[in-house]
Design a protein. Structure first.
Length: 522
């Protein structure tokens, strides 16, 4: 059957649809070519956790959430399906699923906390060593632990019949989302494949030495394509399921963090992008190969000349939630408690309480190592400097500062590995709602922090919509889209004397962090 693309009449708006398949649900949003949001929809899903520790997403639930999010958007009557000129996606990745010759899922989509992601790492390294690839050589080629290879090895050992049924593996859900709509199921975005542990993002190929040693080769994975590559059109069946128009073109998506960068216009080598949510990921695009560091991850950057260098904090949003749930209600006075209860779900009031404490939180320092450190996984979060005069504001502000000190460390690692030159930070996520916290970020990082015109929870959707526009030819490239479709709304400059204070405080924080790491917990 010949694929055809939808024709749009001159009097119709041309809208670009971004589909964000994230960790807790699906979001969809339609944007005009100049970047204005027209309508959006969302639908939740969640990972499943079995009693044996295995954790996963059920792919049909993910697919249904995409359908439900589209239904909510169309129900707004702010956008007609005929106005959607192109579709692309933002994709959660670093997980794994297998599918058969018919494109239908054979396995669930394994969650990154699943124990199978780590319980065969030693086995994988032994196989690599036997194949002539030492652990050090492996890490310097792929910049990541072999988590997905551990998962594959575990499935192959424990469920050999299931393993044999898989035709291809994917580390994003693009094959299943596009399969739902009628598009191609045998490809996925190249920039998501750095997480496989066998893909060389510098050579843009599956590493032959690693694939030979593991026995899971290039033909066993969805084929890599760059964001914006044509991936088919919405079929008649896909149109019936989704509400989209038959023939609407689908373009290869992009990993969620890179989508956020596109949506914010954080695409220069001078830019760093800070995505703050349940986890926080700091990313920089560069044209050169970074020096190896165990603190960073390396992924594709959306084309054959660009690399994305990243650093992640897994406990970021959870630390703030913990501060809200475990500290705020127990430490506030009656007036502060009333503000917290009445202040927009607690976040805004909590930021007001933090603002009552000066830079440095009157000597209180919070080290937010809820999940340990790479050099010592047994360490845990710690407060220091608490006195009988410590206030609720000091406690809350120290939590905010501790999290940003960790961001500073990640940015420093990225800067060192990529030759420096970072001048501006772009930020997205819930914390950007607060001018207090965003100013703390600017002061500690000692650089301007920009908030753009896209809602923090729709930045990835906008990035996906930009990719759709590049694929359709509406934009020449992502840089052209950034000029035409992204606008700056707020800019936070570092303030003195706070920035100078934090430059010294950072050294104190680092010494405390080292002491914490050196302490052995039993």
């Amino acid at each position: 059957m010949t694929e055809s693309r939808t024709d749009h009449t001159a009097d119709e708006r041309k809208l670009l649809l971004g589909v964000d398949v994230g960790g807790s649900g699906a979001r969809v949003a339609a944007f005009t070519v100049d970047g204005a949001l027209v309508a959006s929809g969302r639908a939740p899903y969640a990972p499943h956790f079995d009693t044996d520790g295995t954790s996963y997403y059920r792919i049909p639930e993910v697919q249904q959430a995409v359908v439900d999010a589209l239904a909510e958007m169309f129900a707004s009557r702010l956008v007609a399906a005929s106005e959607i000129a192109a579709v692309s996606s933002s994709l959660n990745n670093w997980m794994i699923a297998g599918y058969g010759d018919d494109g239908e899922p054979v396995t669930d989509y394994m969650f990154f906390l699943d124990p199978r992601m780590t319980d065969r790492i030693a086995t994988v390294h032994a196989e690599l060593e036997a194949g002539g690839v030492s652990a050090d050589t492996y890490l310097r080629r792929v910049y990541t632990a072999p988590r997905l290879l551990s998962a594959l090895t575990s499935i192959r050992e424990q469920e050999p019949e299931l393993f044999a049924r898989v035709r291809r593996w994917a580390c994003s859900v693009q094959p299943f989302v596009y399969g739902l709509l009628g598009g191609h199921t045998d490809v996925e975005p190249e920039d998501t494949l750095g997480g496989t542990g066998i893909y060389d993002v510098f050579q843009h190929r599956f590493d032959p030495a690693i694939t030979s040693a593991i026995g899971v080769g290039e033909d066993d994975w969805a084929a890599p394509v760059y964001p914006g590559a044509f991936c088919g059109v919405v079929s008649a069946e896909g149109a019936a399921r989704s509400g989209l128009v038959k023939g609407t073109p689908l373009f290869a998506g992009v990993a969620d963090r890179l989508a956020e960068m596109y949506g914010q216009g954080a695409i220069s080598e001078k830019h760093i992008n800070i995505g703050m949510g349940t986890t926080s990921v700091v990313s920089r695009l560069t044209k050169s190969q970074p020096e190896y560091s165990p603190a960073i991850q390396v992924m594709g950057g959306g084309d054959d000349a660009t690399i994305r260098v990243g650093f992640g904090i897994g406990f970021f949003g959870r630390a703030l939630q913990w501060a809200h749930d475990a500290l705020s209600y127990g430490t506030l006075n009656q007036h502060e408690l009333a503000e917290l209860i009445q202040g927009g779900g607690g976040f805004d009031a909590m930021m007001k309480v933090a603002a009552t404490s000066p830079a440095g939180a009157n000597g209180v320092v919070f080290l937010p190592q809820f999940m340990g450190l790479p050099e010592n996984p047994d360490v845990r979060a710690t407060f220091t400097g608490i006195t009988p005069f410590t206030t609720a504001g000091d406690i809350i502000r120290s939590v905010l500062e501790g999290l940003v000190f960790e961001l500073h460390g990640g940015i420093a690692a990225i800067s060192q590995s990529t030759g420096g030159g970072i001048t501006t930070a772009y930020a997205t996520g819930g914390p950007t709602r607060s001018g207090v916290w965003t100013q703390i970020i600017a002061d500690i990082l000692d650089m301007p922090v920009l908030i753009t015109d896209v809602a923090s929870d729709l930045a990835a959707c906008k990035g996906a919509a930009i990719v759709a526009g590049v694929g359709l030819g509406v934009y020449d490239d992502v840089a052209d889209a950034a000029r035409r479709a992204v606008g700056e709304v707020r800019r936070f400059e570092p303030q003195e004397p706070e920035a100078a204070f934090y430059r010294e405080a950072m050294q104190h924080y680092r010494s405390l962090r080292t002491a914490l790491s050196d302490h052995v917990y039993v």
